[in-house]
Design a protein around this ligand. Structure first.
Ligand code: ACO
Length: 401
C-alpha cells in the first residue's frame, strides 16, 4: 500500500513510471526511432543509408551540426578532429595508477572523468565555442584513450595517433601498431570498424544518454557527464551486452547445447537471459542488427576467418526466432548480438567491446548534452512513490527493542 505523501507539488500529481517505459524526458531533434517498424533515423537519415554511404566522422558532423557537411565543411571538421587526437602526456600517469588487470571500462571511466582536470580553458558551458571545442576534443581523443586502455592492459607502449590515417585506421593503428614497425591496416578491417562506430553513434534517450543529460542538467562539467554515461553504459543490460554475448556463446559452446539455453532463457525462475536479444524500444528487428549481421558475414569472408561462434550465433538466432516465446514477446537480436563477433574477428579482446561502444557513442552523448544546454532546461529531478514508514516518534536508544 502507498502511504499518503505531503503535497510537495502544486497539485500533488505526478506519474509513476518505473524504468521510464512511457515517459519522454526531453524534446530532441537528433535521433528518431520507430520501434514497431524497426526504423532508426539520425537527423532524418536512415541508419542503413548512413552505414552504406557515409563514414563515422561525417555522421559525427551530422549529429553535432544537424546537417550533412559540404566537402569543405567536412575537410575542416576532419582537420579539427585530427588537431585534437593527442592526449596530454600527463594523462599517462592516470593509466599507470591502475592495476594492469583492471577492466578497461574501469580505466576509461576514470581517465575520461579526469579530462576535466586538463581543459580549464573551456569550462563555460554557456559559451557555444567552449561547448564545441569540448565536443571536438572528446570525439578526437576517445580512440586514443580507448587504445591506451588496451595497450596498458597488455603491457605494450602507448602509440601516438597518426593524423595521416582515417579515424578508424588510426584507432586500429593505436590498438595493434608497435613502435617497431609501420602499422599495416587492412582496409576491410578499417571499414568494418568504421561501420561499428556509425551503428553505435547515437540512440536517443537510452540509459547512458539519459545519464549524461541528467548529470549535465545540474550544470556539471561535460567531461564528468560523459564519464557518468560511460559508467551507465558498462552494465550488461546496456552496452556491456556485446561482451556478454561472446561470453554466452562461449558458455553454450556447441550447437547441441542451444536448446538447453533457450529453455533456461524461457524459465521464469532462471535469471539467465539470451544476451543480445530484446530491446526496450524495438519490437521488431533492430535495424542496426540487420546491418551488423550483413557486415559480419562480409568481414569474416573477406578476412578469411572461419568462426564457429558465428555459426553458433546464426543457429541460436534461427532457433530463437522460431520459438513462440521469443516471437510473442517480440524479442529480436539487437545490435550487440553481431558486433561482438565482428570485433573478435578483428582481433579485439572481449574486454574492449564496451570501450569501443563508449568511444562510438561519445558523439551521441555530447550532442544530446549540447542540445540540452543550448536550449531552456530544468535540472532533472524525478519524484518517487514513497512506500516507507509514516511519521513516527524518535525512540531513545535505551528504549529500543
Ligand atoms: N531473453 C529471455 N527473455 C527476455 C529477454 C532475453 N534476452 N529480454 C526480455 N525477455 C523477457 C523478459 O523476461 C520479460 O518477460 P515477462 O513479460 O514474462 O516478464 C519480457 O521479455 C519483457 O522484457 P523486459 O526485461 O521487461 O524488457 P525491458 O524493456 O525492460 O528490457 C532489455 C530490455 C534490458 C534489453 C532486455 O531485453 C535484456 O535484458 N536483454 C538482454 C541484454 C541485452 O541484449 N541488452 C542490450 C540492449 S541494446 C543496447 O543497449 C545497445
Amino acid at each position: 500500500d502507498v502511504v499518503d505523501v505531503a503535497p510537495l507539488t502544486a497539485n500533488n500529481l505526478f506519474t509513476f513510471d518505473p524504468g521510464f517505459t512511457s515517459t519522454a524526458s526531453c524534446e530532441s531533434k537528433i535521433t528518431y526511432i520507430d520501434g514497431e517498424k524497426g526504423q532508426l533515423l539520425h537527423r532524418g537519415y536512415s541508419i542503413e543509408e548512413l552505414a552504406s554511404n557515409s563514414d563515422y566522422l561525417e555522421v559525427c558532423y551530422l549529429l553535432w551540426h544537424g546537417e550533412l557537411p559540404t566537402q569543405a565543411q567536412k575537410d575542416a571538421f576532419v582537420s579539427t578532429i585530427k588537431n585534437h587526437t593527442m592526449v596530454h602526456e600527463q594523462l599517462q600517469f592516470f593509466y599507470r595508477g591502475f592495476r594492469r588487470d583492471a577492466h578497461p571500462m574501469a580505466v576509461m571511466c576514470g581517465v575520461v572523468g579526469a579530462l576535466s582536470a586538463f581543459y580549464h580553458d573551456s569550462t563555460d558551458i554557456k559559451n557555444p565555442q567552449h561547448r564545441e571545442i569540448t565536443a571536438m576534443r572528446l570525439i578526437a581523443k576517445m580512440p586514443t584513450i580507448a587504445a591506451m586502455c588496451y595497450k596498458y592492459a597488455v603491457g605494450q607502449p602507448f602509440m601516438y595517433p597518426r593524423n595521416d590515417l582515417t579515424y578508424s585506421e588510426n584507432f586500429l593503428h593505436m590498438m595493434f601498431g608497435t613502435p617497431c614497425e609501420e602499422s599495416k591496416i587492412s582496409p576491410v578491417a578499417a571499414r568494418a570498424m568504421d561501420r561499428i562506430f556509425i551503428l553505435h553513434a547515437d540512440h536517443e534517450q537510452n540509459a547512458s544518454t539519459s545519464t549524461v543529460r541528467l548529470a549535465g542538467s545540474s550544470g556539471a562539467n561535460p567531461f564528468a557527464c560523459i564519464a557518468a554515461g560511460i559508467s551507465a553504459l558498462w552494465g550488461p543490460a546496456h552496452g556491456g551486452a556485446n561482451e556478454a554475448v561472446l561470453n554466452m556463446l562461449d558458455e553454450i559452446g556447441d550447437v547441441s547445447n542451444i536448446d538447453t539455453y533457450i529453455a533456461k532463457a524461457k524459465d521464469k525462475n532462471d535469471p539467465f537471459k539470451l544476451m543480445g536479444f530484446g530491446h526496450r524500444v524495438y519490437k521488431n528487428y533492430d535495424p542496426r542488427a540487420s546491418v551488423m549481421r550483413e557486415s559480419c558475414h562480409e568481414v569474416l569472408k573477406e578476412l578469411g576467418v572461419k568462426d564457429a561462434k558465428l555459426e553458433l550465433a546464426m543457429k541460436l538466432e534461427e532457433i530463437a526466432l522460431s520459438d513462440p516465446y521469443f516471437v510473442e514477446k517480440k524479442l529480436f537480436p539487437n545490435v550487440d548480438f553481431y558486433s561482438g563477433i565482428i570485433l573478435s574477428a578483428l582481433g579485439i579482446p572481449t574486454s574492449m567491446f564496451t570501450v569501443i561502444f563508449a568511444l562510438s557513442r561519445t558523439v551521441g552523448w555530447i550532442s544530446h548534452w549540447n542540445e540540452m544546454i543550448a536550449n531552456p532546461y530544468k535540472i532533472g529531478r524525478p519524484r518517487q512513490l514513497y512506500t516507507g514508514e509514516t511519521e513516527r516518534s524518535f525512540v531513545p536508544v535505551d528504549n529500543r527493542k
